[in-house]
Design a protein around this ligand. Structure first.
Ligand SMILES: [Zn+2]
Length: 486
């Protein structure tokens, strides 16, 4: 009977964040050797999908550690090694025929700039040479030579927002099965696009580009998989940048040509037009004020304070401007502010109190905003769906400011605003809101485009500002072109 070991270890590391990541951060987010098969979270979901596929094949299934935490600075060296070795010990002891990882691809620790490459190399060292190592990654990866060398079947999610983890896991499983039956021999080709950018795939021009990539994959049986690796611009890595990875059935020359062709097409697209349009806050608000009120809410994405990219999620620049402009019927999600959650919980539901919201966490947070608010709702653990898994926001409160009819969702776990459920589950009637402000760069779009035709992505002085050209990339030695948003 074949044996498969399932494990996940993921964080997107923002090396420009002032806060290191600890073992406790992982434990506070998710840290378990038992998969939740009924209601998996986002990082468990592909492992659960692989579990079910393996079950159908009657493989023996070993559950090793699955852990993740939200983006922040580098992981403390000892803490990284502790988590890594926990997984490696299971691999060494169990000697599986297949190891399936859910990794990120942009995880960095003190003394380890390529955590995933390190984990994959040590996994290979711990296994016999005919065992298969397969991994699913996030496209915001720094692709390294170690990853390509020590992973037999690496596949990246194609969509941004990342809604396709299960589709990609199914593809990966299919390749694993064909490998085991000796029907295919995966060979990897890589093309370096030498550029830094972000690539939202649910809007043009990436929508059409990706559709053509998928068609190519479907029509040519020698191409087992293609991955568009976006890169993660908010980290100082020697391997930063956009790359194309193609897996063929033992056709290296063809794979190289396909990777180059797709890479050059992407270069042409990205050099020809901005892929993301970020407006200033002033321009956004004056634009909105010139329009008559729409039937559907307007969405403003606080791009620069997105905790999904490592920001603190308590910046108050937009809240301050909305109050300053006396704009009514707005709602905000999700501020990360444990002190405010605690104060609201102590005050109790329906109680009015004065609190300083946000502006506490980092140099990029702005100033705290003093407001008299009523506690409209308290939720012991706000759980919100994204793609095929759940995210937790911890104890969360909905605060209401009467004069401006303003709702503010404040949470005790630092999590990106993925879904309209961040409002609705806290009792906010989103249809009655003029403007919804969300702390997210792009992942919000999959859900919020269903309820809004008017979405603005706004650049504030947050950690995730888009000015790549002035960011200090000390480790980056390759010539890489930063392509700015408009
Ligand atoms: Zn990502």
């Amino acid at each position: 009977m074949l044996k498969i070991l399932l494990c996940g270890f993921a964080q997107e590391t923002n090396t420009f964040s002032a806060f290191n990541t600890s073992l406790q951060d992982f434990k506070n987010s998710h840290y378990s050797k038992k998969l939740n098969l009924q209601a998996p979270n986002y990082y468990e979901a592909p492992l659960v999908a692989m579990y079910q596929l393996a079950q159908q094949e009657q493989w023996e299934i070993i559950e090793s550690l699955c852990t993740y935490t939200d983006p922040q600075g580098k992981i403390l060296q000892h803490d990284y090694e502790t988590i890594r070795d926990n997984i490696l010990n299971d691999i060494e002891k169990e000697q599986p025929d297949i190891v399936f990882f859910h990794l990120h691809g942009a995880m960095m620790a003190e003394a380890y700039d390529d955590c995933e490459g390190d984990i994959l190399k040590r996994t290979r060292d711990a296994l016999s040479c005919d065992a298969l190592i397969a991994a699913l990654f996030d496209p915001h990866t720094h692709l390294t030579e170690q990853m390509v060398t020590y992973c037999d079947i690496p596949i990246w999610m194609k969509e941004y927002p990342h809604t396709d983890a299960i589709d990609r896991t199914n593809e990966l499983f299919h390749i694993i099965k064909n490998c085991l039956a000796n029907k295919v021999k995966p060979v990897i080709s890589v093309y370096d696009c030498n550029m830094i950018n972000m690539y939202p795939t649910s809007i043009e021009p990436m929508l059409s580009y990706l559709s053509a990539v998928k068609t190519l994959e479907k029509e040519d049986a020698t191409i087992l998989s293609t991955s568009i690796i976006h890169g993660f611009p908010f980290a100082d890595s020697a391997d930063l940048g956009t790359k194309i990875l193609v897996i063929t059935n033992n056709q290296k020359i063809k794979g190289d040509a396909v990777a180059q062709k797709l890479g050059k097409e992407l270069q042409n697209i990205a050099l020809g037009q901005p892929l993301i349009t970020l407006l200033s806050l002033d321009d956004t608000l004056s634009n909105i004020k010139q329009q008559s009120r729409l039937t559907k809410p307007i969405v403003i994405a606080d791009f620069s304070d997105n905790p999904g990219g490592g920001a603190y999620a308590d910046a108050t620049f937009i809240l301050d401007a909305i109050i300053e402009n006396r704009m009514k019927h707005c709602a905000f999600a999700c501020f990360y502010d444990k002190k405010t959650v605690l104060a609201a919980t102590k005050a109790g539901i329906n109680t009015s109190f004065t609190v300083a919201i946000g502006g506490k966490g980092s140099d990029f947070s702005g100033k705290p905003i003093l407001l008299n608010v009523q506690v409209k709702n308290i939720c012991n653990d706000l759980i919100v769906r994204f793609a095929d898994g759940d995210f937790s926001y911890g104890k969360s409160v909905c605060l209401h400011h009467e004069a401006l009819d303003l709702d503010i969702i404040v949470c005790s776990q630092r999590t990106q605003t993925y879904n309209t459920e961040c409002f609705t589950k806290m009792g906010v009637d989103i249809k009655s809101r003029y403007i919804l402000v969300v702390k997210s760069s792009e992942h919000f779009r999959a859900s919020f485009k269903m309820i809004s035709d008017n979405i603005y992505q706004v650049q504030t002085p947050g950690l995730l500002n888009f000015d790549y050209a002035t960011r200090k990339y000390r480790e980056l030695q390759r010539r890489v072109v930063p392509i700015n948003a408009e």
